[in-house]
Design a protein around this ligand. Structure first.
Ligand SMILES: Cc1cc2nc3c(=O)[nH]c(=O)nc-3n(C[C@H](O)[C@H](O)[C@H](O)COP(=O)(O)O)c2cc1C
Length: 193
């Protein structure tokens, strides 16, 4: 099992990165090989909305301007069996780096279906007021619906829940790595364990 983490986090420390690290650790403990892609390490352009908005992307599954690193990342994403999308919450949305990458990837998915039926774990970290988690996750949810990816779970972290949500991120990524399917019923442990 290969799990690709697409991180829209510009920082290498702090709350958001600690949750990404927990998820990575969980995935590895579950036996997955993890490929963490930090979008801020690239100089990706936003979608240029070429061809009167239609572009070549929707029909031919590639971006005309993909030599900026987009093609390489897209191939790595498509090579994964499962995906983790992780972002800090900025203004109630995903980070700009993640949003502009997903805008382009979504367009290339129409016929290729590189993400169709793949499980995706969504992680959003709101380190300020804690507001905007829902709208941020909703944005990621919509990306999954547009691409046919299957949402495995939503992890919403803020400053006052990060202790137990870190555990949840670890456990969710581990469950993802061990091949648990969304929609599958698992036994309920007794309360308190
Ligand atoms: C431009 C910008 C906008 C932000 N908007 C929000 C927000 O809407 N809600 C919130 O709770 N935190 C917001 N934050 C705080 C980030 O969510 C926080 O930095 C992030 O969760 C990561 O925490 P970390 O810096 O410790 O990794 C914002 C931060 C920045 C830089």
């Amino acid at each position: 099992m290969k799990i690709v983490i697409i991180s829209g986090n510009p920082k290498t420390d702090g709350l958001c990165q600690s949750i990404i690290a927990a998820a990575k650790q969980g995935a590895e403990e579950g036996g997955a090989v993890v490929d963490e892609i930090r979008l801020c390490d690239y100089q990706l352009s936003p979608c240029r909305v070429c061809g009167d908005g239609w572009g070549t992307c929707r029909e031919e599954n590639y971006c005309t301007y993909e030599s900026d690193g987009f093609a390489e990342i897209r191939e790595r994403v498509w090579a994964g069996d499962a995906l983790i999308l992780a972002t800090p919450v900025y203004w109630g949305e995903t980070s700009e780096s993640l949003k502009s990458f997903l805008d382009r990837l979504r367009r290339c998915e129409r016929n290729q279906s590189g993400l169709r039926d793949k499980p995706v774990l969504l992680i959003a970290s709101a380190g300020g007021t804690g507001n905007g988690l829902l709208t941020c996750l909703e944005q990621l949810d919509r990306f999954c619906r547009h691409t046919g990816a299957v949402i495995f779970d939503y992890i919403a972290i803020n400053r006052w829940n990060n202790d137990y949500k870190r555990t949840a991120a670890f456990a969710a990524a581990k469950a993802l790595a061990t091949g648990r399917q969304p929609g599958e019923t698992v036994p309920m442990p007794p309360l308190g364990r």
